[in-house]
Ligand binder design. Structure first.
Ligand code: SPD
Length: 363
């Protein structure tokens, strides 16, 4: 379990003070829609990626390196806040990061991202308009959608009897020490808000107090907090039920028919995780070449095969099997998506959200 000591707000402040304002060295990348090697920057053969764990398959990294001759280094994080904390502490020197929508919004507000040259990323045309030009980054000036997804409930029918429809069926006294949840304060608070009929972005002090009341009952029931691989505790039988990322749920459904999935009756949210270039990145052209590379249908399919989230790439979806497309944890229905909000940047309230969950976890 990771303990977060830096909030979104304080990390952003540290990042701004660190001054991500140096001019990057850029070089042209080949403008191609073909699945051949993207051109590397002439003066640099490096690319440093800081991304969520279990999201970009090593085979994709290796193929990019083999085709371009670019040496790629990869580091992982388990939450947006962890990523921002490292950037704010001056760690890394990354060329690509992978923030969720509300963090793109915050980074853009703070002028901490490098604009993306769309002429270097012709494969943007493969993305569904549903995931482009969204309010967190109008015109996708700073971000390229990687994967989308939802958070839902997965359970082992050999260990849990009865129907599971929503959070109220998960957080029941009889499930004490049988539950895994994501180790992510914004997520956890959103479930408590939804259980009270409160929209996920309405995080006023009053609503956070209501969430505190709910979570004071829920969190003592939790056995495992894990954002990297919540499926593991379910697979090894350590827990029986969980609230997890859609891609993790999809892997469990593929693994064993004893697992079931439900979109919580109280509601859930839609996340859009994107690739973005920090303002002080050294290898901008290589970062744009990587973005174009992963948007090739065959490469994007490889990503879906390994990590079955909601793939926003329509050309890649054409290469997926009917079974992959029918996995309810990977691809919510349009009707389900229509009911989902995306997280917004909530400014100073993000610190209170982190403090709220941290205080209840340690009790
Ligand atoms: N293992 C990859 C998990 C990515 C989940 N990102 C979702 C963020 C929602 N706030």
């Amino acid at each position: 379990m990771k303990t977060k000591t830096t909030t979104l707000l304080s990390a952003l402040a540290a990042l701004a003070v660190a001054g991500c304002g140096k001019a990057p060295e850029t070089a042209p990348a080949e403008n191609t829609t073909q699945p051949q090697a993207p051109a590397a920057a002439a003066e640099s053969k490096q690319l440093s990626i800081y991304c969520w764990s279990e999201y970009i398959p090593q085979s994709v990294i290796d193929e990019f390196a083999a085709r371009t001759g670019i040496k790629v280094s990869v580091e992982n994080y388990a939450s947006n806040e962890e990523m921002l904390a490292k950037l704010g502490a001056g760690g890394g020197n990354y060329d690509i990061i992978q923030p969720s929508e509300y963090v793109v919004e915050a980074l853009v507000k703070e002028n901490l991202l490098h604009p993306i040259d769309h002429s270097k990323i012709p494969n943007l045309k493969n993305l569904s308009p549903q995931f482009l030009n969204l309010p967190f980054d109008p015109g996708n000036k700073f971000s390229v959608p990687f994967m989308a997804g939802t958070v839902g409930i997965v359970w082992n029918t050999e260990l849990i009897t009865g129907d599971i429809k929503g959070f109220s069926d998960v957080f029941k006294p009889e499930n004490k020490d049988k539950i895994v949840v994501l180790d992510d304060a914004r997520e956890i608070v959103s479930w408590a808000l939804l259980s009270q009929g409160i929209p996920v972005n309405d995080v006023s002090d009053g609503n956070l107090e209501k969430a505190r009341g709910v979570l004071a009952n829920w969190l003592p029931l939790v056995k495992v907090y894990d954002s990297d691989s919540p499926k593991t505790a379910l697979l090894n039988g350590d827990v029986a039920i969980g609230v997890v990322w859609g891609g993790e749920g999809a892997i469990l459904l593929n693994e064993d028919k004893k697992f079931r999935w439900a979109v919580p009756a109280e509601g859930t949210h839609l996340f859009i995780d994107s690739l973005a270039i920090p303002k002080d990145a050294k290898n901008v052209a290589n970062a744009e070449a990587f973005m174009n590379f992963i948007l090739q249908p065959e490469i994007s399919k490889q990503i879906s095969d390994a990590f079955p989230y909601t793939n926003p790439n329509l050309e890649a979806r054409k290469l997926l099997t009917a079974e992959q497309l029918a996995n309810p944890a990977s691809f919510p229905t349009d009707e389900e998506i229509a009911k989902m909000e995306t997280f917004k940047d909530v400014g100073a309230q993000s610190s209170k959200i982190d403090e709220l969950v941290t205080s209840l976890k340690v009790q």
